[in-house]
Design a protein around this ligand. Sequence first.
Ligand code: F6R
Length: 268
Amino acid sequence: MQIIIHESPEKLAQSAAQWVQALLIKKTKPVLGLATGSTPIKLYKVLVEKHQRGELSFADVKTFNLDEYFDIDAKNPQSYRSFMKQHLFDHVDINPSNTFLPTCKKGQDPREQGLAYEKEIKEAGGIDLQILGIGGNGHIGFNEPSSSLRSRTRIKTLTQQTLKDNSRLFTPGEYQPTLAMTMGIATILDAKYVMLMATGKQKATAVKQMITGGVSANCPASVLQMHENAVIFLDKEAASELDDHEYYEWANEQNNKLNESLGFFHNF
Ligand code: F6R
């Protein structure tokens, strides 16, 4: 894992956007894995600005979102499709038919829907770069603690903590879904590159467990320790429970020098 600690969420977003930009420029038909939630909003804003300045095109990009609420209408403002339209899709030149979310309606078989999503990812050539946030309980996507580390896209029940954390996004009395379709942990691990972003003190314990704890279904994000190309973008608050700041900084300096000599993102 590469750990990069940034001064602020704004600097983090700028730096994360450079990774996305590198992929979009280097790859002919890039496939991007997307996340919703508060954390990536700043990143999407920077990407939109880059697009508006003519620095970035999404014309050949395919996207696959991590998750979507079960049985939610795409037009519902709470759907993750609406979130993506609001923060990214409606502001860039992406073809809407190239944007995928793992949907499942009442009456449809979630197992079949999960398999179909996996097939779509495979047919697109796999995900080049998966963007992730982390839950306060260490979840990635909606793979809550105790999720199988070999799980694939399926339906999951959200934990009470996740429901409580996300209740801030719903008005009092508004229906809050308790089920979601989510990429599995194995689906996420299949991505060529994985980029997890975490900001704020409320993520510090989960971040510490992810980086320095044992690999465990109790903290699904800890599985990134097993990924070949995982980069963790933190702000100072999210990194506040880590001990090895100096080492991470030094390792990044060496990495940057190496990347300069080899060419940035030579693997994309
Ligand atoms: C979102 C997702 C979740 C969030 C996580 C953090 O698609 O899959 O895992 O990344 O819950 O959410 P925020 O960024 O709102 O703290």
